[in-house]
Write a protein that binds this ligand. Structure first.
Ligand code: GRF
Length: 197
C-alpha cells in the first residue's frame, strides 16, 4: 500500500494529533504521520510527538518578517519532509492565500462545530447560548478563509440538559478524534478530493 505522507500542525494540547498518530499505527491505514510542526515551543503536543519518535519543528511567526514568510518556512519544511497531506489540529494561526493556493486540496482542518454554524472561537459556549439541540465537529479542506472550505465530514452529538461548555466540549472532542482519523483516511485513499475553488 502506498501510504500518504502526512504532517500535523498544532499549537497546543495535541489530542487530535495523538488520535491521528494512533490511527496511523494500523497496518491498513492509508497514511503515515511523518512529522509535527508547532507555531509555539510551548505546545504540549510537541512532547507527545517526540515521545512517538516523530520529527518535530517549531516555526514561529516572530522569527519571520511577516506571516507570508512564516508560511513559506512551513511550506519549505513540508517539502523537505516530502509531505503529501497536512492536517491542522488545533493550529491557531490562519494560513495565508499563497500557502493555501500552493497546498490546495492537501490541507485538512478540524473545527469543533457543525460548520457553517459557529466558525471561529468559543464554539461550545456559543452553541449553548444559541440553544441548539445538536452540536458537533467538522473536517474540511483549508482555504484562506477562517473555517471555510469544502466539508469532508461531520459528526453530531446531542446537547444535553445541564451541559456546560466543558461537558459539551468533551462530548464533541471524543467525536473529533474518531472523525478526523476517518476523514484523513478517505482523503488519503482518494475517496474524497477537492481540486478547484
Ligand atoms: C479541537 O477542539 C479542535 O477542533 C480545535 O482546537 C482543539 C484542539 O484540541 N481546532 P487538541 O489540541 O487537538 O487537543
Amino acid at each position: 500500500m502506498n501510504r500518504k505522507r502526512v504532517a500535523i500542525l498544532i499549537s497546543g494540547r495535541g489530542s487530535n494529533m495523538a488520535a491521528l498518530i494512533a490511527a496511523a499505527k494500523a497496518s491498513d491505514y492509508p497514511a503515515e504521520i511523518i512529522g509535527v510542526i508547532s507555531n509555539t515551543p510551548s505546545a504540549a503536543g510537541l512532547e507527545t510527538a517526540r515521545a512517538e519518535g516523530l520529527a518535530t519543528a517549531v516555526i514561529r511567526l516572530k522569527d519571520h518578517s511577516d506571516k507570508t514568510a512564516a508560511d513559506a518556512a512551513i511550506s519549505a519544511r513540508l517539502r523537505e519532509w516530502q509531505v503529501d497531506l497536512v492536517c491542522l489540529a488545533g493550529f491557531m494561526r490562519l494560513l495565508g492565500p499563497e500557502f493555501c493556493t500552493a497546498w490546495q486540496g492537501r490541507v485538512l482542518n478540524i473545527h469543533p462545530a457543525l460548520l457553517p454554524e459557529f466558525p471561529g472561537l468559543d464554539t461550545h459556549a456559543r452553541a449553548l447560548a444559541a440553544g441548539v439541540a445538536e452540536h458537533g465537529c467538522t473536517v474540511h479542506f483549508v482555504t484562506a478563509g477562517m473555517d471555510e472550505g469544502p466539508i469532508v465530514g461531520q459528526a453530531r452529538v446531542p446537547v444535553l440538559a445541564g451541559d456546560t461548555p466543558e461537558t459539551l466540549a468533551a462530548r464533541v472532542l471524543a467525536e473529533e478524534h474518531r472523525l478526523y482519523a476517518d476523514c484523513l483516511a478517505k482523503v488519503a485513499r482518494g475517496e474524497i478530493a477537492w481540486t478547484g475553488q
